[in-house]
Write a protein that binds this ligand. Structure first.
Ligand SMILES: [Zn+2]
Length: 298
């Protein structure tokens, strides 16, 4: 009887990293924003300075985390023609991100999916807030959509039309939002601080203190307070009645009653409450009971 939870715990630890590591070469680019959609397609300029659309525009929200499409080295972080820009070199190609308030510096090595900064409002080429993602080989502009994870397939949407349905959410989607490794799975464990054996009622995702925490799905904020061992916590009740909560935050930016959309920032990673270091304790509650967020169906 007592072994079953241990076995489940071990299985989760062994299978998770495999699901997160791509095996294909060259690996497709990861999407830099949670909304995995192209709003305006690439239109190659005929000459180096000629008209065209150098890159693709991805819809986003101001303050959203912008992530590296692949591992590489930051080669630029500053203004280009008055627009804040980050450039990452990946071997023979480079990716560019505009307009982004950078949290990285030139020379930084970044992993695929690592945060580069936050999305700034009002890119000159978008009707609404968007990220302009560029792809360069030498001085030649290439179509970034060819490298994005859908294999180049994408859907154009009208900025004036109704907003599209948010993507479904499930275990892996929950973890990918922060991009950090799972440092402790859901299940029975010996608590690192108290030494007692008890249920770990969420998953721990490692991330630097201050990393913005996005809501995993749309819903209404039902709790935003300091709550004992959980520290600073935000809880969201979703349309299907399930709830997610975000604990040990350094900062809460959502208030009780706020309506949030998937991807809205509700706080920042911290180590408040009973915690040994910066991480997010993510919980999924069904009928008020914690369940493993990584096995949830969207
Ligand atoms: Zn935890």
């Amino acid at each position: 009887m007592a072994l079953a939870p241990r076995r489940a715990f071990a299985a989760a630890v062994i299978t998770l990293p495999l699901a997160l590591v791509p095996h294909d070469r060259p690996a497709p680019w990861a999407w830099p924003l949670p909304t995995q959609r192209v709003e305006r397609a690439f239109d190659a300029p005929r000459t180096e300075y000629g008209p065209g659309h150098r890159g693709v525009d991805l819809p986003g929200r101001p303050g959203e985390l912008v992530r590296a499409v692949d591992a590489g080295t930051v080669t630029f972080a500053g203004q280009v023609g008055g627009v804040m820009t980050v450039t990452v070199e990946h071997g023979t190609e480079r990716s560019t991100y505009q307009p982004v308030d950078p949290t990285v510096s030139v020379g930084d090595a970044v992993d695929r999916g690592a945060p580069l900064g936050t999305l700034l409002p009002r890119h000159p080429s978008c009707a609404t807030t968007c990220l302009n993602l560029g792809r360069l080989r030498g001085s030649e502009y290439l179509d970034p959509a060819e490298r994005l994870r859908s294999g180049g397939r994408f859907r154009l949407i009208s900025p004036d039309g109704p907003p599209p349905e948010p993507p479904g959410w499930n275990g892996s989607g929950l973890v990918n939002l922060l991009g950090g490794p799972i440092t402790s799975a859901f299940g029975m464990r010996v608590h690192p601080v108290t030494g007692e054996r008890k249920l770990h009622d969420g998953v721990d995702i490692g991330a630097a203190c201050g990393t913005p925490v996005p809501a995993l799905a749309a819903g209404r904020v039902s709790r935003s307070e300091y709550r004992g061992a959980y520290g600073e916590q935000v809880e969201i009740v979703h349309d299907d009645g399930r709830a997610t909560s975000y604990s040990h935050l350094s900062r809460r930016t959502a208030r009780v009653g706020d309506e949030v959309a998937a991807g809205d920032i509700v706080g920042a990673v911290g180590t408040t409450g009973r915690s040994t270091g910066c991480h997010l304790h993510l919980m999924l509650l069904v009928d008020g009971n914690p369940v493993d967020p990584l096995t949830a169906r969207g």
